[in-house]
Write a protein that binds this ligand. Structure first.
Ligand code: NAG
Ligand code: NAG
Ligand code: NAG
Length: 371
């Protein structure tokens, strides 16, 4: 079947039908998991001497900081040693979740928290707005939803994982990611949208100070479109809002919110499109260094962060480490070295507590393409 040649809506309908007729776990979900060969792991030998630790640092440095020599390299090395120790201790005895030395390995927890774990501090409850509609559950809700669903298995729906840098722009990446996906789902077009346009133009003040995808969608509706990242490239700091040459590449006319607090409703919604969710309290060492497996906490329920929910699943009962564990799949904006090539699997089933890391405390949001 030449899938790319079918009208996109037919393809998605066919896919949803396929997914919904099977009630056994598919093999599709857990495949995008183990980090690539360029990952840097910590082992006990690295702690043998200062030289061996410095070797590890230089290997990490060549991969992550090559292009931006820090003026305080010795101070960074000191932090790196502490972080390597923390990563080693977290891994020790834990077979579920793996950590390696990712992009945050020379940053303290407080530095990471400031720029990465705290980028959506605004009130994000949807306002009364006619462009914002309540997600209407599908015919499969609540009892006939498939066990597994993952947009990563549909070529083209998800663009590459991006890196926000030290601009608190997670909300803009999450919103752009959601619009990129709906653009492909309805129009079969692959595009990277301009996160910088959202950062510069959504708020009067600097969008690098944090924001919400909700405001980003509203901006695109009001402006009748958003440009591509080629037209308006990402620089990772807040600059003046400018009008780039050329027409916007896509627009949305409305967007939907998913009642908060309901896991099943969120599962139902993600079948329609990837959904922007809000994490609470990802300001923890475990979240910072997460590199694969199913994340099971802790979070501290304070700062907030937005990312894109792209699926969910249930591990097979015979998986030794994860017997039947249920999880969500999330696309983050911290580059491919974090998590499972930029994605995360996080435990699902904490319904009563608003979800692990609070992901059901706030309504999920997804945009609709103009019909
Ligand atoms: C995150 O946690 C660290 C360690 O507890 C703390 O120093 C830092 O202030 C917190 N960050 C924010 C943004 O609250
Ligand atoms: C989107 O950007 C990535 C780099 O992050 C690039 O590899 C990819 O080709 C771009 N996709 C399109 C459709 O331009
Ligand atoms: C933002 O980043 C661009 C590109 O790196 C740089 O030219 C510009 O000076 C920066 N602006 C500010 C305000 O830091």
């Amino acid at each position: 079947m030449a899938r790319g040649m079918l009208p996109a809506l037919t393809m998605v309908a066919a896919l949803a039908a396929m997914a919904l007729t099977t009630s056994t776990p598919t093999t599709s979900t857990p495949t995008v998991s183990m980090p690539a060969a360029d990952k840097i792991y910590v082992s006990s030998e690295n702690f043998a001497s200062d030289e061996s630790m410095r070797d590890l640092y230089e290997r990490w440095y060549a991969l992550y900081r090559r292009d931006s020599e820090p003026s305080d390299k010795e101070k960074r090395f000191a932090i790196f040693k502490e972080e390597a120790r923390a990563v080693y201790e977290l891994n020790d005895g834990d077979t579920d979740v793996k950590r390696h030395l990712n992009l945050f390995a020379d940053m303290t927890l407080a530095e990471y928290a400031k720029s990465f774990a705290n980028c959506s501090p605004l009130k994000i409850r949807p306002r009364d707005n006619i462009k914002l509609k309540l997600h209407q559950p599908s015919q499969y809700y609540p009892d006939n939803l498939p066990l597994n669903f993952d947009w990563r298995t549909v070529d083209g729906v998800l663009t590459s994982v991006k890196t926000q840098g030290e601009c608190r722009s997670c909300w803009a990446f999450a919103a752009a990611g959601a619009m990129e996906s709906i653009h492909f789902i309805t129009n079969n077009k692959r595009t990277n949208l301009s996160v910088q346009e959202l950062v510069d133009c959504t708020y009067k003040d600097n969008g690098c100070d944090g924001g919400s995808a909700y405001e980003a969608f509203q901006y695109v509706i009001n402006k009748h479109g958003i440009h591509s990242s080629e037209q308006y490239p990402y620089v990772g700091n807040g600059s003046h809002c400018t009008t780039p040459l050329g027409l916007p590449v896509m627009s949305i006319r409305r967007y939907y919110y998913v009642t908060h607090g309901s896991e099943k409703m969120l599962m139902d919604a993600v079948h329609k499109a990837p959904v922007v969710i809000t994490f609470m309290g990802v300001n923890t060492t475990e979240f910072k260094h997460y590199s694969g497996g199913i994340f099971r906490g802790p979070c501290n329920h304070r700062e907030s962060h937005q990312a894109l929910l792209v699926g969910y699943g249930t591990m097979p009962r015979d998986d030794a480490n994860h017997r039947g564990i249920k999880y969500w799949v999330v696309k983050n904006s911290w580059g491919e070295s974090w998590g499972e090539r930029g994605y995360m699997r996080i435990e699902r089933g904490h319904q009563a507590d608003g979800g692990l890391c609070g992901i059901m405390l706030w309504p999920g949001l997804y945009p609709a393409h103009p019909e």
